[in-house]
Ligand binder design. Sequence first.
Ligand SMILES: Cc1cc2nc3c(=O)[nH]c(=O)nc-3n(C[C@H](O)[C@H](O)[C@H](O)COP(=O)(O)OP(=O)(O)OC[C@H]3O[C@@H](n4cnc5c(N)ncnc54)[C@H](O)[C@@H]3O)c2cc1C
Length: 384
Amino acid sequence: MDFLTQPNRSFLFDINRNKLLAWIVRRVAYRHFCAGESGSEVRQTLKRFKTMGFRGTIVTYARETVFDCNKKDVQGVGIESFAGKATDLCPNIRSWRNGVLETIDMLGQGDQLAVKFTGAGPLVTDALAAGQPLPKQMSDALIAISDECKQRQVRLLIDAESQLYQHAIAKAGLDLMKLYNRDGHALIYSTYQAYLKSTPPAIESHLIAALEGKFTLGLKLVRGAYLATEKRSLIHDTKRDTDNAYNAIAHGALCKHIGSIGAEGGRPFPSVNLMLCGHNKESVFGSYALHQQRLLHGLPTVPLGFAQLQGMSDEISFGLLQLGQRQGPGPDVYKCSTWGTLKECLGYLTRRALENRDAAGRTVDEYRALKMEAKRRLRSLIPL
Ligand SMILES: Cc1cc2nc3c(=O)[nH]c(=O)nc-3n(C[C@H](O)[C@H](O)[C@H](O)COP(=O)(O)OP(=O)(O)OC[C@H]3O[C@@H](n4cnc5c(N)ncnc54)[C@H](O)[C@@H]3O)c2cc1C
């Protein structure tokens, strides 16, 4: 997948020109992980998830830019080059804004929007990388998108991306939360990558900002998807360290105590809405159990939602839904999907392919569970 994403491929490996190759990738990967290439395809996918019992789908427009720290290479997926004057309106920002607004139009009841800032092209990524203010056209686009979300009561989740851009994305996310999360709940969520060593202090400073600014912090927690392209020293040394960091943040938020915030005699814990994104069974079910326990004992906690990616860990998503059937009103569970043309989705598909290496270990559990279920069913056919 990574090879196919690179520019200037020969005809044989160019997904835009080689129709057979495009057909194969569509069949093997795209349909499994992506929502569709057009509005009607996406609407059908969202309907399908709704009928399966999900609260809704979190939908992202695929266009993005990934910075590969190892190759020192900027990879704009689905982004055209633009050599206009600084005063011209940038067609990349315009088409990203239109694509995102079109995405909101596709959403039904319970569905949510996720955005990747870097999809707006080089003017925006250059500003993000340099820590400079976003071009006015982009700031206007973000306000128009947030206003539309507010009007349609759709939550807006800002994706976390490559570190080169992420500091500025997080800052812009905080500014939007200050503006829009003022009614006691989060309309806007920022994404926090637990694999980064810098994430716990970043969360603490955002909690303080929420407390002082009297707004709700929308905390979307992930482990982090850019392991292959980030500077390794920024990331925890081992998978176990990342797991511990993820669980500590999730449990801290659920117990309303992170660092000195929420501690006895420390600063009070601000209003937080938590969205736990991931496919790790221990993290998902451990956090669910802790949340339930706190609710049961009348202990303070925060509203909680869960999300898994389309095509991944369905047994976790359905396991959560089943808990709801067994234990009264169940957790809010979302599937998260990406839409766009095959070319626009290639970067996303590459990351899913990489993650499925991690997921290979989990399939052993699934295989065992399926084998047990098959045996149980066979046994139930044998009369006593
Ligand atoms: C709904 C949803 C939204 C998402 N949105 C984003 C987003 O906005 N930005 C983003 O970056 N990612 C996002 N992701 C992807 C996420 O960051 C993870 O890559 C993915 O979910 C796999 O991790 P896991 O928590 O499911 O569990 P696991 O499969 O248990 O963990 C795999 C993860 O552990 C970490 N890891 C693996 N090996 C090591 C190692 N040797 N050292 C340190 N850490 C290691 C990596 O983060 C890897 O992805 C999203 C995922 C979901 C489900």
